[in-house]
Design a protein around this ligand. Structure first.
Ligand code: GTP
Ligand code: SPV
Ligand code: MN
Length: 612
């Protein structure tokens, strides 16, 4: 048995509640060693991980790791929100009683860290001094060193952060036990994994993975599931899977902040890191605040504020290149201490590669291994077309490495929010952008956000996989209450943000090409939205919102076929009428949906029926 008191004394960790929690879980998981971690330990932990072969060098101050091959993404089926209130059950949160799940997790975790080190990782999901600090503190216990390296990049980590809390008992208890990855039956009926947030006890219990949102518990388990529950229970804030960016118009000196949700792998990181298109000259400057999570609240001055609780970026590697996202490449340059996970790796040159990094994979196959660790040169003919990198391979880097990170990104005050946008991958129907002035219609639009089903065989043609506010995998309480909470928070703001729905992914029906070039050009519709909010342009009213006219949208330097432009700046009324039926079925799943949302739905439906 480890002498926990001795370890905590030596580390100088004094918070009595944290000490008690560490002792309780050490007795359950029975690690051989316990170590308390601060960000300052990073260099030593990196060296230990290199020595142990858990990570490999990927250039000067860059590192590479592979996760177990059946452990490469979040598992939605195995993710559960457990509380003591059956009324918390929603359509999407996989609700189970806390009394049922806690014994299961105890059983799984019992003795499961034997032979390993338990790292105690105190963290804060906010800049210190934030008005939401009381909801931001957590202590992750993890038995996986690579998880610690990720936590140090993705969150603010240090003993001082939890030793000086206003309420020393107000921290999230976040327990991560990796388990025996080759023997967990991932994806089979005997699947042993469970990722449980006991939301009304502010306790997170994750067992059976060392990857991403399954294991870095500050990120989505705390930053989204727990925080959205806390935001609702306290009545104080929203926690959403949102990016957050700033746009400065150097000519007028005005600065705008826009946040918004796109479902996972639908372009948040790319949008937040976007740069002003060259064709617009150097008039605009885009600043990065966050790419995956935003917490929103109404400040004492009555304005809506937002902040990114994270301290780093866990970005999709695929298709990241000089054209699509040069900012991302800059943020993972030598010396940044960035980590790569599940990309392809050259064991001789220590280079990394992923699909879309360059047009073709490296020609000289010598030393290259794919994300599973197999030599590319030894691939059989059947395997030739397998990707080198896993499609969900990622890079992890601290916010401070992002070249266009906002100078005030860690200001605890947050930034005032001018616009809230929603966007999914939709191949038809959704125009480039439609602005929505009415709050209930904006919230309604968020609730009916979706991305097209990727496996057409199982889905209905034209029907979306709805993903309310891009929170479907992170929803922690019932959707009706969630909608009401949104209406309440936004309703309190004295200056209302403008809402908009965007779509970068509309395609030509015949050859499938994207009708809009996307990536950094996505700034153009956002500039229009801010002009619209300022009353500088009026747009064209449609049943589903206000669309820019061709003249209003700055298209300078772009050479788009007229028919593509016509398509993305109009709505397909027939498809929209069909969509309204799907939406009705979708919304009916939600008990207690506020009447304002149903009214918004009926208003839009009627306007579509009345349209010639
Ligand atoms: P998560 O981290 O999973 O929440 O994803 P995300 O929403 O941050 O998505 P990300 O920005 O990483 O983009 C996912 C994929 O979409 C990448 O492969 C991008 O290259 C691609 N993508 C992003 N923006 C655009 C765009 O404007 N047009 C097109 N065609 N593809 C895009
Ligand atoms: C997502 O899947 O939306 C992510 C990555 O941002 S993970 O942290 O694994 O959730
Ligand atoms: Mn995400």
């Amino acid at each position: 048995m480890v002498d926990v008191d001795k370890v905590l004394d030596e580390a100088g960790l004094t918070n009595p509640h944290v000490r008690e929690y560490v002792k309780e879980w050490a007795a359950i998981t029975t690690p051989d060693r316990i170590e308390v971690v601060s960000a300052a330990d990073d260099a030593r932990l990196i060296q230990e991980s290199l020595d142990a072969g858990e990570i490999e060098p990927a250039g000067e101050g860059l590192y590479y790791s592979r996760s177990y091959y059946k452990d490469t993404a979040r598992s939605e089926e195995r993710t559960i929100v457990a509380t003591n209130k059956p009324s918390d059950k929603g359509a999407y949160n996989n609700w189970r009683p806390a009394d049922e799940m806690k014994p299961i997790m105890l059983e799984r975790m019992k003795g499961a860290s034997a032979g390993k080190t338990m790292y105690v990782v105190p963290y804060l999901m906010a800049p210190p001094g934030s008005p939401l600090e009381a909801y931001a503190a957590g202590v992750e216990l993890t038995d996986h060193r690579t998880v610690v390296l990720h936590m140090i990049r993705m969150a603010r980590v240090g003993i001082d952060l939890i030793d000086n809390l206003a309420d020393p008992d107000s921290f999230v208890r976040a327990v991560h036990v990796t388990g025996d990855l080759p023997n967990l039956g991932q994806g089979t009926p005997e699947d042993e994994r469970y990722f449980v947030t006991v939301a009304d006890e502010r306790t997170i219990l994750h067992y059976g993975s060392s990857y991403g949102g399954n294991a870095l518990l500050g990120k989505i388990a705390h930053g989204l599931r727990q925080a959205s529950y806390d935001g609702w229970a306290s009545g104080k804030f929203l926690a959403e899977q949102f990016m957050l960016l700033g746009i400065t118009d150097k000519q007028t000196g005005k600065k705008y902040h826009i946040c918004g949700g796109f479902p996972s792998a639908s372009g948040k990181t790319n949008l937040a890191m976007t740069l002003a298109p060259d064709a617009l000259g150097d008039r605009y400057y885009v600043e990065f605040y966050g790419d995956d999570i935003a917490w929103l609240w109404v400040g004492e001055d009555g304005k809506l504020y937002g902040m990114n609780p994270e301290n780093g970026v866990f970005g999709v590697a695929k298709d990241t290149n000089e054209l699509t996202n040069p900012t991302a490449l800059d943020s993972i340059q030598p010396g940044t201490q960035a980590l790569f996970t599940n990309v392809a790796y050259n064991e001789k040159t220590h280079e990394v590669w992923w699909e879309g990094k360059t047009k073709n994979p490296p020609a000289d196959l010598d030393g290259w291994r794919d994300w599973k660790g197999s030599l590319i040169a030894e691939r059989t003919p059947e395997d030739q077309n397998e990707p080198w990198a896993h499609p969900n391979s990622r890079f992890t880097t601290a916010l401070s490495n992002v070249p266009n990170v906002a100078s005030d990104y860690d200001d605890p005050k947050g930034v005032p929010i001018d616009g809230i946008i929603f966007g999914g991958r939709t191949r038809d129907r959704e125009p480039l952008i439609r602005a929505i002035d009415d709050i209930a219609e904006g919230v309604y639009d968020g609730l009916t956000l979706g991305a097209e089903a990727t496996f057409a065989a199982e889905g209905v043609e034209g029907q979306l996989r709805y993903d309310p506010m891009s929170m479907r995998p992170f929803m922690s309480y019932a959707e009706g209450a969630y909608a009401a909470h949104w209406l309440k928070i936004i309703g309190q703001a004295t200056e209302k943000p403008v809402f908009a729905h965007v779509n970068w992914f509309q395609r030509d029906a015949e050859d499938g090409h994207f009708l809009w070039p996307g990536y950094r050009e996505n700034l153009r519709p956002l500039l229009w939205l801010m002009q619209y909010k300022n009353g500088e342009v009026t747009g064209r009213k449609t049943p589903v919102g206000v669309l820019p006219t061709e003249e209003e949208l700055d298209l300078s330097g772009l050479d788009l076929p007229q028919e593509d432009l016509d398509r993305i700046l109009t709505i397909d009324v027939e498809r929209w009428r069909q969509e309204m039926g799907f939406r009705e079925e979708h919304l009916k799943q939600f008990d207690g949906l506020p009447e304002e949302i149903w009214e918004a739905h009926r208003r839009v439906a009627k306007a579509l029926e009345d349209e010639a």
